[in-house]
Write a protein that binds this ligand. Structure first.
Ligand code: SF4
Ligand code: SF4
Length: 470
């Protein structure tokens, strides 16, 4: 058989020294067509996958207090998480939110290994439970032939049409997490010429999704995904992994053949099913590898073989490196002590910051290229101050601004009405007597009022003459 005609089943999976299981020595790609292995884990993963796909589709439609449950509006740098709006300038809550999420991922990985990759990552979920089944449906018994010469062309074309339609739907769903479902609906009803940028965005996202699921596939997990790259530092010897029991399985091979050589065979019959079912093309019998996304397909494949040869299940199973090496299960693992402490600190901090969050913020913006101050006919000193006010409440609000202490304000743009979660800029003039300045400077304090309530205060140093005119 020529190299080109080889099926994935006949190709060796990541022999020692090979860089990738999906690359031949000449650098060409090995197209994987993993065999599906029915089993208890596949059934459970299918349920989880369909629940997650439903959640991904439905969540953008869910509102909480009139706002989307989640919205990551990059254009306006506004993020809504569980109905709470964060603006990009809220560095502390955003930093705490990111730290909480990051440490939660670290903890989950330390305890449960790559459970995210195998059970919940959109790449795995959509690839294994939507795109791959569609491919199998169209290509039938020829599915495992990577050259696909025997599959009628119309079937291959039909498959790509269905892939395209699903990718278009996913692109719209994906974008609705970032621009809101209402905007996406509007775009779909308009001509592409009405909003060419939006049309290009949807088409580019569709093309990226199509390319990923139709062509890029497992390369996303093995080459591109940063989370996958971090596994070697996130896992330790007590983390849950999918492992092959070498003690029990080796020496592998036909019982009869090994007996003829005077060797007592292990439980592995060397059927290679755990390799041909692997979506990343690795052989788990070579030990834990970075490419293993913990999809459990090799467990299902091997359990079925063990049932057939009347051996106990679990030659490949969920385990830990310590357990595989016969070490005790319970050992103190510093990271599973440190991560929960960090998680409690960051999450507690986030709750505290959210509970004490101001309903509105008053910021003083820098003004460039203007005269710092002006002397009025009255002899008073006038400073122009540029303000930004952000309404962080769920309804529109009207604001006033007030100067604490001596002096007065000219506030032509106030009272200022601002919609929920919106910001508005306004200029005010701070008028102070020329005697108010020391060394040409004067610290002032401004208060922002909503009705009679003070919602924020800010400080500013304004400039004046070095020596007052008496
Ligand atoms: S499926 Fe099980 S028996 Fe077959 S090769 Fe893999 S480990 Fe061995
Ligand atoms: S080795 Fe097993 S669990 Fe890991 S990716 Fe391959 S089939 Fe999935």
């Amino acid at each position: 058989m020529s190299e080109e005609k080889k099926t994935p089943q006949s190709l060796p999976a990541a022999p020692a020294g090979e860089v990738l299981s999906t690359m031949r020595d000449d650098g060409s790609r090995v197209w994987l067509r993993p065999r599906i292995s029915a089993g208890r884990f596949l059934k459970q993963r299918a349920v989880v996958a369909w629940v997650l796909m439903a959640l991904f589709t439905v969540t953008p439609f869910i509102k909480m207090g009139g706002k989307p449950l989640f919205l990551f509006e990059l254009a306006t740098r506004r993020f809504i998480v569980f109905g709470t709006t964060f603006h990009a300038d809220e560095t502390l809550p955003l930093a705490l939110l990111m730290l909480t999420t990051g440490v939660a991922i670290f903890l989950m990985t330390a305890l449960l290994g790559r459970v995210w990759c195998g059970w919940a990552c959109p790449q795995t979920v959509y690839m294994e439970f939507l795109y791959r089944p569609i491919e199998r449906f169209f290509e039938g018994k020829h599915y495992k032939n990577p050259t696909r010469h025997e599959v009628p062309r119309w079937k291959v074309a039909a498959k790509y049409v269905v892939f395209g339609l699903i990718s278009l739907h996913l692109a719209n769903t994906f974008l609705s997490w970032f621009v809101g479902v209402d905007k996406v609906f509007l775009w779909t009803q308009q001509s592409p010429f009405a909003r060419p940028q939006s049309f290009i965005l949807v088409m580019a996202t569709t093309a990226a999704i199509m390319w990923d699921f139709a062509f890029w596939r497992e390369q996303m997990c093995t080459l591109a995904c940063p989370y996958g790259r971090f596994q070697s530092v996130l896992l330790d010897r007590g983390s849950l992994i999918i492992g092959y029991d070498e003690e029990r399985g080796e020496p592998r091979g036909s019982k009869k053949r090994l007996a003829n050589q005077g060797i007592e065979a292990g439980d592995c019959v060397d059927c290679n099913l755990c390799v041909t079912t692997c979506p990343t093309g690795i052989d788990i019998r070579q030990g834990l590898q970075l490419e293993c996304i913990a999809c459990t397909q090799c467990i299902d494949a091997c359990d079925a073989v063990m049932d057939k040869v009347s051996k106990p299940r679990g030659l490949i199973r969920y385990t830990t490196q310590n357990l595989l090496e016969g070490l005790p299960k319970k050992q103190v693992r510093p990271r599973v002590v440190i991560y929960p402490i960090l998680l409690a600190v960051f999450f507690g901090g986030l709750l505290y910051v959210l509970a004490n969050r101001a309903d509105a913020t008053l910021e003083v913006l820098r003004i460039r290229g203007r005269t710092p101050y002006a002397t009025l006919d009255s002899g008073e000193i006038s400073n122009l101050v540029h303000l930004r006010i952000t309404n962080r409440t769920d309804q529109a609000e009207t604001y006033e601004v007030r100067l604490i202490g001596d002096g007065r304000l000219i506030t032509l743009q106030f009272p200022l009405r601002i919609d929920s979660d919106e910001s508005a800029d306004a200029d005010i003039h701070v008028i102070l007597p020329s005697t108010a300045f020391e060394g040409g400077r004067r610290a002032i304090q401004l208060e922002l009022l909503a009705g009679n309530a003070i919602v924020d205060t800010t400080n500013k140093t304004v400039l004046g003459p070095l020596f007052a005119n008496k």
